[in-house]
Design a protein around this ligand. Structure first.
Ligand SMILES: [Zn+2]
Length: 561
């Protein structure tokens, strides 16, 4: 398909170039569709070997497509700005100029095409293989856990759920068993992390990329100054969680707040919601802001785009996926009736709405970066949660709802920040050679001291967090931590605007979502929120909003004071 493309763009070859770009777009969307569709099939039946086999084929198509894109990038560099402009001015490519310009700009900072193509091919069995190996190792790791006089062998995922137990001895045991299990794999994990990091740094070195932060920033379409400003404000204000942590300590009857106390539940909600009730609650509350969003939720539920049945053989977790040229979305989850499930349903429907808003856009204009990917989901989740807060008269339920909000914010400010600090420190040292497991533990504790400050007790650190958190081993996305905190604070800013301006903001909100794949993050924020993300004001507001419930939570725990 590339061989027949004339080398230079001119009036005569323009049509062939436009057609090539359009074909690149449709084949890219189709390759994605195969992967998304097979993933959905495997999620709803983990034993679906046919889908598994098709996914392998799909992966092959996708890597062939990536190679084609790389070769197209090289061709784009051979064109003068004028020739390139001629291509972009063709009306058939309307809406995807940003994507094409970005592709050409990034290509300029890469190695020559043959080397990039080689690196891409070698990364399948090198780079990404470390990621897969880690996942296999983590998935097979087990620990004996004792509860009610019975010993059972639990996976790391099962131990993690025990860490949300109201009983501290269970949380503590889960944490200790998890740590013991990871101690037996510490050497291997250190080797994997060093190899993965080493591969990354070699590649960046060959491309003359000076910092490990460059690639994730390109992926997020954002400036370093935005990131630095965000962390600066977060670091400064994290200590304001202290009254919340103190109140939580009082409520839990503990004097030292440790790593395994973070997810200890406060308050309670006995109430269960059946699926139809939950859907209706989400629709009704969405309607207070946007009838377009509410109508979409109604349609998605009526058309059964949500696979939520509680039955064996399904994968854990929840996700929303887009169905390529069909321009529909599908949500996967397991709905068992808890309030948490209701929020998950709202969250995933939010993603689905974002996909819906993009349905008339060309595929290349609909690819939004990961730091904006949670905007629509967190938006509706927050809206629904606030509605539930307003409605409840049960103090225990109210306490639980407030704690859920604060717990999430606390994690974004501390847990995610410590991952970022650790990653930066690790890559600084990795540049000079392999980093020993003991040093990795040291770096992790140092990062936790810095990120948590006095919120976490000296006896409560988690030195092996770098082993147990899979995000450190994701090869596709380096430094996959700051996009969470960014997304959380950004979505909060959007939500705040909606609270202030009400339904009048609904059209702008939809337009913001629709253009999330067509400009940089800073441009999007400027255009639709009229804010400058490189300045502290936006982040200071966002942080205040995230901390807004601390007072009320503290008051509920200490009613007399
Ligand atoms: Zn999400």
């Amino acid at each position: 398909m590339l061989a027949s493309l004339p080398e230079a763009i001119d009036a005569k070859s323009l049509n062939a170039w436009v057609e090539f770009v359009l074909k690149l777009q449709t084949t890219g969307e189709d390759a994605r569709l195969i992967l998304n569709f097979t993933e959905a099939l495997m999620a709803q039946d983990v034993g679906d070997t046919v889908a598994d086999a098709i996914a392998v084929e799909g992966n092959l198509y996708h890597s062939q497509w990536q190679d084609l894109r790389t070769r197209f990038e090289a061709l784009s560099l051979n064109q003068s700005d004028q020739q390139w402009q001629l291509l972009l001015s063709d009306p058939r490519l309307e809406g995807i100029g940003f994507y094409l310009n970005e592709l050409r700009k990034v290509a300029r900072s890469k190695m020559p095409v043959e080397l990039e193509s080689l690196a891409l091919e070698l990364s399948v069995n090198g780079y990404h293989a470390w990621d897969q190996l880690y996942n296999k190792m983590a998935g097979e790791l087990r620990a004996d856990f004792e509860q009610d006089g019975k010993v059972s062998s639990l996976s790391m995922g099962q131990l993690a759920t025990k860490m949300a137990s109201p009983d501290r001895s269970i949380r503590q045991q889960a944490f200790e068993k998890m740590t013991q299990a990871w101690r037996t794999r510490e050497d291997l994990a250190a080797m994997m992390l060093n190899s993965l990091g080493g591969f990354r740094l070699s590649l960046y070195g060959r491309r003359n990329w000076d910092s490990v932060i460059r690639e994730p920033l390109v992926m997020c379409r954002m400036e370093e100054k935005t990131l630095d400003t965000m962390w600066k404000v977060v670091a400064l204000e994290t200590k304001r969680f202290q009254p919340y942590i103190d109140a939580k300590k009082k409520l839990l009857g503990i004097d030292k707040f440790r790593w395994y106390d973070e997810f200890a539940p406060c308050g309670s909600a006995d109430r269960l919601y059946n699926f139809d009730e939950a859907g209706q609650f989400i629709i009704d509350n969405a309607r207070t802001f946007s009838s377009d969003m509410a109508d979409f939720f109604k349609m998605a539920l009526e058309k059964r785009w949500v696979e939520a049945e509680d039955r064996p053989g399904k994968r854990a977790g929840a996700f929303c996926t887009r169905m390529g040229a069909f321009r529909e979305t599908r949500v996967f989850m397991t709905y068992a009736g808890s309030y948490e499930n209701l929020l998950t349903l709202a969250h995933e429907l939010g993603h689905a709405y974002h996909g819906w808003v993009l349905k008339d856009k060309p595929h290349f204009a609909g690819i939004y970066p990961m730091n904006l990917a949670e905007t629509a989901s967190i938006f509706i989740e927050t809206l629904v949660n606030d509605a539930a807060l307003e409605r409840t008269s049960d103090p225990q339920e109210k306490l639980m709802l407030l704690d859920q909000k604060l717990q999430r914010a606390y994690g974004m400010f501390t847990n995610l920040h410590c991952r970022y600090i650790f990653d930066r420190a690790f890559y600084d040292e990795r540049a000079n050679g392999a980093v020993s497991k003991d040093r990795l533990n040291e770096l992790m504790v140092k990062a936790q001291k810095q990120a948590f400050g006095s919120l976490l007790d000296e006896s409560g650190y988690h030195p092996l967090f770098w082993c147990s958190k899979l995000h450190f081993f994701i090869s596709e996305i380096p430094l996959y931590n700051f996009p969470y905190t960014f997304g959380f604070l950004f979505a909060g800013g959007v939500y705040d605007r909606a609270r202030k301006e009400g339904a009048e903001f609904a059209d702008r909100y939809t337009a913001l979502l629709a253009e999330a794949g067509s400009m940089t993050t800073e441009e999007l924020a400027h255009k639709y929120l009229d804010v400058d993300l490189t300045q502290e004001d936006f982040w200071a507001d966002a942080v205040n909003r995230a901390l807004a419930d601390v007072d009320e939570f503290v008051k509920m725990v200490n009613p007399s004071s």
